[in-house]
Ligand binder design. Structure first.
Ligand code: NAP
Length: 299
């Protein structure tokens, strides 16, 4: 039987509607709305496209939205001063610096300059530490892992006691999602294994996963025979495998594939995310959720 397709677009819309309602309530009750500043350096087309989508979503939700488009040759000192300006701005609850930054700027120096209480991307070491501690310590969950957890929970997949295998150990996906799902709380309580390029038998680990989360960035890495029948497969990978002309716009667009052989895997798994349309739409949504949470914390 074919797997249930976990529709990231629909779940994302559901969460955005909830956020919109909370924003209306905040406005009515406290005359305040979440404030988000997006800081973009230069004109890298991919970064510009990501930031544009974030700005559009923030505007649609009725956020106070500020854009800082900096020239590519902005000095590190000037960029740090800009971050500090928004650290002190009470109308701003979230600061997003779009990565990557130009070579003459130290990414970490800029990210670490953000007030941890406005770090809605969840990349500041203070928030990474809070995530590791868990419970009440947690302030902001990083957006892609938060989106993955939300997809699993809202699809009704049992996490408690589940064997979760995470392929990939990056700081933005693999490590945080592994940490989040092993926490002692109702949205986690899983038994988590993290595998990577030095893992001896990748297939054997994947085969025992009740929930398989793949974030390697290698198209088709996970073979159908590695998937446990009836399991939940979350494919985080986004790989450009070619180009095509869009029937809608006539423009050239990228052909994207995940890290899992979707067509074959969906005949074995119990549920699976597509690429695109699975984890991808959740990332911006969780950024908005973090900005809302930051605003509520101020109120
Ligand atoms: P990354 O920093 O390159 O990390 C990839 C991880 O996968 C590394 O830990 C690497 O192991 C492991 N890996 C790579 N090839 C492997 C193999 N053949 N066998 C086992 N492990 C392997 O990537 P990332 O930033 O986490 O992103 C991963 C993928 O998710 C990318 O396709 C990215 O575009 C996508 N992504 C999507 C979203 C979204 O919103 N949908 C957000 C973030 C990322 P080592 O540590 O041993 O090198």
């Amino acid at each position: 039987m074919s797997a249930k397709i976990i529709d990231g677009v629909a779940i994302s819309q559901e969460i955005l509607a909830e956020i919109r309602e909370e924003v209306d309530q905040l406005r009515k009750a406290h005359d305040i709305v979440p404030g988000l500043v997006t800081i973009l350096v230069g004109d890298n087309p991919a970064s510009l496209s990501y930031v544009t989508r974030k700005i559009r979503t923030a505007n649609e939700l009725g956020f106070h939205e500020v854009q800082e488009n900096c020239p590519p040759d902005i000095s590190e000192a000037d960029l740090l001063a800009l971050v500090e300006k928004y650290n002190r701005d009470p109308a701003i609850h979230g600061i997003l610096v779009q990565l990557p930054l130009p070579d003459h700027i130290d990414d970490n120096k800029v990210l670490y300059a953000i007030d941890p209480d406005k770090d809605v991307d969840g990349f500041h070491p203070v928030n990474v530490g809070r995530l590791m501690i868990g419970g009440d310590a947690v302030r902001f969950l990083p957006c892609t892992p938060a989106g993955i957890q939300e997809l699993i929970v809202r699809t009704g997949i049992e996490l408690s006691g589940a064997e979760v295998v995470v392929v990939g150990r990056s700081n933005i996906v693999g490590k945080p999602i592994a940490n989040m799902l092993l926490q002692k709380n109702a949205r986690a309580n899983a038994t988590v294994t993290v595998v990577h390029t030095r893992t001896r038998d990748l297939a054997a680990h994947c085969k025992r996963a009740d929930i398989l989360i793949v974030a390697a960035g290698v198209a088709g890495l996970v073979k159908p025979e590695w998937i446990k029948p009836g399991s939940c497969v979350i494919d985080v990978g986004v790989n450009r495998v070619g180009e095509k002309i869009s029937a809608k716009t006539g423009k050239t667009i990228a052909i994207l594939r995940g890290d899992v052989d979707f067509d074959a895997a969906k005949e074995i798994a119990g549920s699976i995310t597509p690429v695109p349309g699975g984890v991808g739409p959740m990332t911006i949504t969780m950024l908005m959720k973090n900005t809302l949470a930051s605003c509520k914390a101020r109120v």
